[in-house]
Write a protein that binds this ligand. Sequence first.
Ligand SMILES: Nc1nc2c(c(=O)[nH]1)N[C@H]1C(S)=C(S)[C@@H](COP(=O)(O)O)O[C@H]1N2
Ligand SMILES: [Mo]
Length: 199
Amino acid sequence: MTAEGCRRDDGRELPPGQRATRTWRASHYGRVPTLDAERWTLRVGGETQDGGVRVFTWDSLAELPGAEVEADLHCVDRHSVLGLRWGGVRMRDVLALAPPAPGAEHVLLAAVRGYAAGVHLDELRHPDALLAHSVDGEPLTPEHGWPARVVLPHLYGFKGPKWVVEITYHRQPQQGWWESHGYHPRGRVAREERFAHQG
Ligand SMILES: Nc1nc2c(c(=O)[nH]1)N[C@H]1C(S)=C(S)[C@@H](COP(=O)(O)O)O[C@H]1N2
Ligand SMILES: [Mo]
């Protein structure tokens, strides 16, 4: 199965309020950035254990064990893309290279051009949480996040920035783009946490 082809619709139950789409159309605000993997870096800073900032290149992350996760992508606007096979490295392995300070339990995941998402640290420690660079065995296309995107399958898609470049640890919950427009601070799909007013 290819990323752009027909998605499987095998009658499995979707999470509450979601509909499966047959084609995978990219969804984001603004133009697609074209990033060079050779020059791309991921900064990890904020409330780190040693107070420092770590900057990872693509090559330095490629030394981590590779991971694959098959998962559906659920957009908070109610469309779901089924059966994507993400490849990359585990987020928890990346974080272990630049651990947070005790008590810094909140994270802002930032992409180029201002997009960001606030998540709880626990979500990034989930075994299925990836820093992904491929999907269905192919490198991510520019519109789907090349060279790297955060994939948190148990959360709505807005929690996973494409073109991610920075991770910062904080002591307080952080608001990214969607959170500052009324969307849920946690965004867990199984609990249908779409909007902040739900509590
Ligand atoms: N940088 C960036 N990442 C982003 C977004 C965005 O607008 N900018 N949109 C998010 C939302 S709302 C969803 S549902 C998914 C969509 O991913 P896709 O375009 O690969 O389907 O990307 C997420 N990551
Ligand atoms: Mo979305």
